[in-house]
Write a protein of this length. Structure first.
Length: 156
């Protein structure tokens, strides 16, 4: 079993990259809530888009929040009834939770149908944020256009 120091040494590079992405996102007008837990879901009703970035355990089909674990049964209940915005799950690979959310909130969830590593999904998310700052368009149109541009540029 790894001790705290060994765990930190193992993930220090990843954490540093993640911190850099979060700083960029925050500097470009996105509110980042560090230490986000179940009690914080009440805050999302005032936003048109909520993006979850959390650790996902494939073995337990659970998302780690700051104050505990949420699974496919409990997670949808955390979303406030008054939230009618977009729930962007593209940065969180919680496959079973994502699928349950798509079933319950079919027109409000953005998610990949494949597992995308978090650093790669954050690169896409950063490009969506850049494009939103440059163009007058809604979040879903911007997300789709960003993905389309990335695919098109990859094939050129």
């Amino acid at each position: 079993m790894l001790n705290d120091q060994a765990i930190w040494e193992k993930y220090a590079g990843f954490a540093s990259k993640l911190a850099g992405h979060l700083q960029f996102i925050e500097n470009n007008g996105v509110r980042v809530i560090y230490g986000f837990g179940a009690a914080d879901f009440g805050q999302i009703s005032g936003y048109s888009v909520f993006t979850l970035m959390a650790h996902y355990s494939k073995s337990g089909d659970e998302v780690s929040l700051f104050d505990g674990i949420a699974n496919k049964t409990s997670f949808p209940g955390l979303i406030p009834a008054g939230f009618n915005g977009i729930l962007d799950m593209s940065v969180c690979n919680a496959v079973i939770i994502r699928d349950e959310l798509k079933r319950v909130m079919s027109n409000q969830v953005i998610a990949y149908d494949v597992v995308v590593p978090i650093l790669q999904s954050l690169l896409v998310y950063k490009q969506v944020i850049r494009n939103l700052r440059r163009h007058q368009m809604n979040y879903i149109d911007c997300f789709v256009a960003t993905i389309s541009d990335l695919i098109k540029n990859d094939h050129e």
